[in-house]
Ligand binder design. Structure first.
Ligand code: TYD
Length: 153
């Protein structure tokens, strides 16, 4: 019981104080082969969390945007498995955009970061490895609410 309370406090603290400098592009292993390349990703080895869920986003119509939310506890690795798109990260003070266009780059996004996804190329596939199962309560979907959380740190 005590442990779960401490963990919750840590998560709360973490997402309020995180900055875009805690996010980074990870250069994933690439096993080159004339028959085709292979990139393996192991939880706790290539990404600093255990992978509980994967999902992928595809068939995004030209000009559409996704994202526009932050998470309280979720760590994610976002990969352009095919094509390209832009991820803009925002910690309430600073913003940084990443154009992902290689299947061996992964963008690590920590909790407490607002993200906007746009500029999807035709046929783009966004692969996301996530540290937690889906939880609608982990989302902050209101930007002003997000700013208020970050400013109250
Ligand atoms: P959402 O995360 O809002 O997508 P985006 O930020 O890219 O626009 O998810 C869209 C819908 O899909 C929403 O109704 C929740 C649902 N969903 C799941 O059921 N499971 C999942 O793992 C994810 C990521 C989304």
């Amino acid at each position: 019981m005590t442990n779960s309370i401490n963990t919750d406090l840590f998560k709360h603290h973490e997402y309020m104080r995180s900055t875009i400098d805690d996010c980074k592009v990870i250069d994933l292993r690439k096993i080159h082969d004339v028959r085709g390349n292979l990139t393996p990703i192991e939880g706790g080895v290539d990404v600093p969390f255990d992978i509980k869920r994967i999902y992928y986003l595809y068939d995004v119509p030209g000009g559409e945007s996704r994202g526009a939310h932050a998470h309280k506890a979720l760590h994610q690795l976002i990969i352009a498995a095919n094509g390209s798109f832009t991820v803009t990260l925002d910690d309430g003070t600073n913003k940084k955009s990443f154009n992902l266009n290689r299947s061996y780059y992964g963008l690590l996004v920590v909790p407490g970061i607002w993200r906007d996804l746009n500029d999807f190329s035709s046929g783009a596939v966004l692969l996301c490895l996530a540290s937690e199962h889906y939880d609608a309560n982990d989302y902050i979907r209101d930007y002003q609410e997000f700013l208020d959380f970050k400013k109250s740190k």
